[in-house]
Design a binder for this molecule. Structure first.
Ligand code: FES
Length: 158
């Protein structure tokens, strides 16, 4: 093979071998375009999880959801993990507690059958007014002011 022909084929080979790299570079740009276009969605998510606050009250859910599931939980609520239930002794009223157990800090659940907040860690139980029904916890759960406006459930974060 002549030297000129050899150099020609080396040049073609170099171009051909760099083509996949160029395509991959274009694909990387496409991906960044996709992630850029999805950024507004990502930006909306925190807004959706951070409810609007008016007069210290934040919307944490709907009455419909509360009645369907028996409780509203918001572990990322600004003032601490939140649990909202209907007051068992007056179903027209709601109860909102900080779900952090006062014993060692596990998160309590609402037991609708017992009508008590129950801690899964060491079995402390709290009445719907947040007072201790059964230890080892010896302090009541912290409570929040709660109200409804239309179908919205609002809890005061401070
Ligand atoms: Fe709740 Fe111990 S952390 S009973």
């Amino acid at each position: 093979m002549e030297r000129r022909a050899f150099l020609y084929w080396v040049g073609v080979g170099t171009l051909a071998s760099s083509l996949p790299v160029a395509i991959a570079a274009c694909s990387a740009d496409s991906d960044s375009t996709i992630s850029t276009s999805s950024s507004p969605d990502t930006a909306q998510s925190p807004a959706q999880s951070s409810p609007a606050v008016q007069n210290g009250y934040a919307t944490v859910g709907t009455v419909q959801t509360l009645d369907q599931s028996g409780s509203i939980q918001a572990k990322d609520f600004a003032a601490g993990p939140l649990l909202v239930v209907r007051n068992p002794s007056d179903k027209t009223k709601l109860v909102a507690v900080n779900a952090t157990c006062t014993h060692k800090g596990c998160l309590v659940d609402w037991n609708a059958k017992e009508q008590l907040f129950v801690c899964p860690c060491h079995a402390s139980k709290f009445k719907s007014d947040s007072s201790v029904a059964q230890g080892p916890a010896d302090k009541p759960l912290a409570t929040f002011a709660v109200k409804t406006e239309g179908d919205s459930v609002l809890v005061k974060a401070s």
